[in-house]
Every structure is written in structure tokens, then in C-alpha cells.
Unconditional design. Structure first.
Length: 565
């Protein structure tokens, strides 16, 4: 390696190989340091954006990284009392944070994509916007606000307990279209206030929100505010308060909605307010998950004063898996804690679980919605699957380039692929098809969206078990069961809530009657409409995924084309 710089392709190799005793690291271009407080704390800046809080000794060390001095000489000069392993760990942390040449990170701009599923569109005028807001909004005593919020949230929890039955009914019942429109508008406003609370809190603590805008975050639209400047603040509790300011807004609004629901007894308003409260509570719980870049993670990272906590833990988890599976050389952990590996593994798995859950919920909500929605579901599944393949391919490429034995790499990958294929072929999974139903006295019929009898080709076998469910916006409750009675498909028109969890007084949709239901027990107690899940037997995991993920959503499209011919 010629003195003066590290090779530009250094990131393709393991950090430990790159930062050996003879390595000559160079500070990345655009890195600067700014004194943050009188206590000697400094901020490492990348193109003017705070990266982490460091001591003056670390600043001196990094400024000495000129691309000419070997790492072992820097160790003897700046940290002779520290072990080599501890010093190497510190250098690896610099590399992971993008402070060394070869691992530079450009500051986020107006348009940013962050793998796997985040796209941001931002304005860079956020400092001026929040500066004006700070001057317009009268500040209140912080302690009084905290006590008031805590009391309100406690009262809200008591109100939730008193209305448990109404809450469950609201979740499992279709929502009036007007109420849904107001609910979506209110949640959008709450998201805006949530992010505004982050930016305003940072501004009042003396920081400057750098960016703000709109994003798609794990398939969900949302607003965002960049509060990276919080690293300039001298106290950890200030940064934690900024991170938790957003969830606090949703918690207070949710508690207020629960208290208001005790007095607002109009059925439409009552259900909408309860759904708003539940939605706010779910957003709070989701935001506090520390394994994704939600507010809970930012608060944890700030409380521990560990910048890039998740990225470093993921690196530790990935290194652990690489060593366990492929026999790679054990590397010094970037986080010197016992929980870095489990935290990193959880940070790898949690986004996958969230995305799969979101896609499954979307697919189930749109099931039986006709060819257009069927194509939308399959396209969404294809995008998610492609993104997963790309991320997995990149991970395997990094493992291969880390210096593991090629024979073992090929053997392990082959064994894993073979095991997954065999497991998917032999694991039995129940297959269900989701339809709508309409109940008229003793007569219950199954429905599929479509405008002609030829628009449905789904095989619903005679005698198959049917589970009748409520068609709720957020949950479903079993209301009955029966068996399929075959009949010729017949076009009809049905209320909107027969196929979707939405009610509208005058809205009807085209549908096809595909079968009848022989209800077990008293059918007169059934709701007028709902969701029906027909059990189609047991198939292998791969067959189930193909049938439920591709064949069923596209069945009406394929059959509709046949009918037109």
C-alpha cells in the first residue's frame, strides 16, 4: 500500500483488514470539528452536518490522520496507555461514521434514498421556518407541560379501560366514508404536528433543524424533520426530549380523543374519535421501537451518547453471523457492549417484519377488490421481493469479499438455499381465500368484485369451511361459520362495505355471487355484510405463497380477459 492514502475500494473489505497496524488513515474531505461546550466537548462535522460528539483528545488524534502516519504510530503517540484492540476499535468507529477517507458520506440534500424503503423529499429552509414558528408560539414552562401531559395520558388510559368494548367494536366495524376522510385528515395533521414538535424543541434548545419535508417510510407516507443538529446540544436529556417530543404529541392527542369519546355519543363521531385515539396509540408504540430509525431509536442513541448506534450494532451482528456461518476471522466489535450483537440482529430483522406485516395487511384489505387492486397488490409484492433480493445479494457479496474461504462460502450458501427450498416444499400451510359476504335473513352469499360472471374463476369447493368475519378497518372479529354451497356465478351490485371496510349510504359496487354459505347456527344474528375466509385445504409453503400472493389477486384479471374473448 503506497503511503499517503487508503485504497478507494477499501469499503469492499472488512474494516479490520483495512485498518491494520501499518494502515495510514486519512481524514475524509469535508470533515471539520466544532467546539460544542465549555466542558471540552467537540462535534465532528461532515460537510457542516454534525456526526458525533468527541473529546479534544480525539480531535487531536483525527487531525493527525494525514495519510502518512501508520496507525500503530498514532497509537503510541496519542493513546499509549490504551490497548491496541481498544485503539483499533476507536479507529473502526471513525471509519463506520464516514470520518475517514474511503468511507465518506455525503450530507443529505433535497432528495434522499435510504435503503431499504425510505425516500425523502426535503426543503433546506427548515431553520428559517422553525425560527419563525419559535417566535410565533408562546413558550410555556417545561415542567408544567410535562406534568400536564402525564396527567392527561393517565386519564386517557382510564378512559380507554372504561371504553374497551367500544374500542374493539370501532376496530372491527366498517368505517363511514365521511369519518374515514376526517380521520385521514386528522392523522395527517397529527403527523405534521409530530414532526413540528421535533423541530420546535430543537430550535428552543438552541439548535437548527437542517431539513424538513415529506417521505415514504417503509411504504407509509409521512413528514420528517432532520434534528441531527441536536448533537451540538451539551446535555443528553435535551436530545432525548427532542426525540420524544413527537410521540408525546400523538400520546396527548390520543388521550384527549379518548376523554372526548366519553362525551361525544353520536355514532359516527364516536367511532371516528375512538379510531383516532387507537391510531395515535399505535403510532406512539411503533415510534418507540428502538430497532428501526424511529423516535425510540433516536432517544436511545441520544441517551447513550452513541452516534450511529444502529449502524454499528448491525455491523457487529453481521460480523457475528459471518463468523458463525462462514468462519470469518473474529473482528473487534464497534460497540463495546454485551448487547451489540443481539441489538444488531434485531435491527436487521425488525424492518423485514414490519414490511411483511404491512404488505400482508394491505393485500388482505384489498383482497377481492377486482383486477386493478389485484395488479396493485402483486406489483407491491414484486417490488418488495426485488428489494429483498438486491439487499441479500449485496450482503453476500460483502461476505465473499471479506476474505472467507470460497469453498466454505459456496457450501454454506448452497446448504442454506437447499434447506430453504426443501423446507418451503414440505412445510404444510393452510390456504384461505378472502371474499365478501352479504346476509339476507337465512341466505348468506359469497362475493367477489367484478362486473360479469366470467370475471371470477376462483375454485371454491363444495363443503369447504367458511369463517365469517366482521369487515373492520383495523381488525376482524369472527361472527359465524359455515360451509360452501356451490352455485352458478351471478353478477350483482352490493353495498360498498360488503367488499371493503368502508360504508357509504348510496355507494354500491359491482360484484359476482360465487357461492352460498350453509351457516352453522343462527344466521339472523350475522351482520348484513362482512368478510369471509374460505379454507381451501393445506398446501406447501411455496404453493401457499404463490396462490395467495399471485394467483388469487390476479384471478379476476385473467378470467376477465377470457370472458372478453
Amino acid at each position: 500500500m503506497p503511503p499517503g492514502s487508503l485504497p478507494r475500494r477499501r469499503q469492499s473489505h472488512s474494516v479490520e483488514d483495512a485498518l491494520s497496524a501499518d494502515a495510514r488513515p486519512r481524514l475524509a474531505s469535508g470533515v471539520d470539528f466544532e467546539q460544542a461546550a465549555e466542558d471540552g466537548t467537540w462535534i465532528a462535522m461532515i460537510h457542516g452536518v454534525p456526526s458525533s460528539r468527541v473529546s479534544r483528545a480525539v480531535v487531536d488524534l483525527m487531525r493527525a490522520m494525514n495519510g502518512e502516519t501508520p496507525l500503530q504510530d498514532l497509537h503510541r503517540r496519542f493513546a499509549p496507555s490504551e490497548s491496541w484492540e481498544h485503539f483499533l476499535q476507536l479507529a473502526q468507529r471513525f471509519d463506520t461514521c464516514g470520518l475517514l477517507e474511503g468511507g465518506e458520506k455525503l450530507p443529505p440534500g433535497r432528495l434522499v434514498y435510504r435503503p431499504p424503503f425510505t425516500l425523502q423529499i426535503a426543503t433546506l429552509r427548515a431553520p428559517a421556518i422553525f425560527g419563525r414558528l419559535d417566535r410565533l408560539i408562546v413558550p410555556l414552562p417545561r415542567r408544567a407541560m410535562q406534568v400536564s401531559a402525564a396527567v392527561l395520558i393517565c386519564l386517557g388510559l382510564l378512559a380507554a379501560a372504561a371504553q374497551a368494548k367500544e374500542l374493539w367494536d370501532a376496530l372491527t366495524s366498517p368505517v363511514p366514508l365521511v369519518a374515514l376522510v376526517y380521520l385521514v385528515g386528522a392523522l395527517s395533521l397529527m403527523t405534521l404536528l409530530h414532526e413540528g414538535a421535533h423541530g420546535l424543541s430543537l430550535t428552543r434548545f438552541g439548535g437548527r433543524p437542517r431539513r424538513a419535508g415529506f417521505m415514504l417510510f417503509y411504504l407509509s407516507p409521512a413528514f420528517f424533520v432532520d434534528v441531527t443538529d441536536g448533537w451540538r446540544l451539551p446535555e443528553r436529556r435535551q436530545r432525548v426530549a427532542i426525540a420524544l417530543a413527537g410521540p408525546a404529541v400523538h400520546a396527548v392527542v390520543g388521550a384527549t380523543a379518548l376523554l372526548a369519546a366519553l362525551m361525544l355519543r353520536h355514532p359516527l363521531i364516536h367511532q371516528a374519535v375512538l379510531l383516532l385515539a387507537v391510531s395515535c396509540g399505535a403510532i406512539v408504540l411503533l415510534n418507540l421501537i428502538p430497532f428501526v430509525r424511529f423516535d425510540g431509536y433516536i432517544a436511545l442513541m441520544s441517551a447513550l451518547d452513541e452516534p450511529n448506534l444502529r449502524g454499528r450494532a448491525i455491523l457487529d451482528g453481521a460480523n457475528f453471523l459471518t463468523g458463525l456461518l462462514f468462519g470469518a476471522q473474529r473482528m473487534t466489535k464497534t460497540l463495546n457492549t454485551w448487547w451489540s450483537v443481539p441489538f444488531g440482529l434485531a435491527s436487521l430483522v425488525t424492518p423485514v417484519v414490519l414490511v411483511v406485516f404491512a404488505v400482508a395487511r394491505i393485500a388482505r384489505a384489498l383482497a377481492g377488490g377486482g383486477p386493478v387492486l389485484g395488479v396493485l397488490v402483486v406489483a407491491l409484492e414484486a417490488v418488495i421481493a426485488l428489494a429483498g433480493v438486491v439487499l441479500l445479494s449485496k450482503a453476500l457479496r460483502r461476505v465473499l469479499r471479506s476474505g472467507v474461504a470460497r469453498l466454505r462460502f459456496c457450501s454454506v450458501v448452497t446448504a442454506l438455499v437447499t434447506g430453504i427450498v426443501i423446507a418451503g416444499a414440505v412445510i404444510p400451510v393452510p390456504v384461505t381465500a378472502t371474499f365478501g359476504f352479504v346476509a339476507h335473513g337465512d341466505r348468506v352469499i359469497l362475493l367477489h368484485a367484478g362486473d360479469t360472471a366470467a370475471a371470477v374463476e376462483t375454485d371454491v369447493p363444495e363443503g369447504a369451511r367458511v369463517v365469517l368475519m366482521s369487515n373492520g378497518i383495523l381488525a376482524n372479529e369472527q361472527v359465524g361459520e359455515g360451509t360452501v354451497m356451490s352455485r352458478e356465478p351471478e353478477p350483482t351490485r352490493v353495498p360498498l362495505e360488503a367488499l371493503f371496510p368502508i360504508t357509504a349510504d348510496v355507494a354500491t359496487v359491482a360484484a359476482v355471487i360465487i357461492a352460498g354459505v350453509d351457516v352453522i347456527g343462527e344466521s339472523r344474528s350475522l351482520p348484513a355484510t362482512g368478510q369471509a375466509r374460505v379454507e381451501l385445504g393445506v398446501r406447501s409453503l411455496w404453493q401457499t405463497l404463490w396462490v395467495t400472493g399471485v394467483e388469487m389477486p390476479l384471478s379476476s384479471l385473467q378470467s376477465g380477459e377470457v370472458g372478453k374473448e
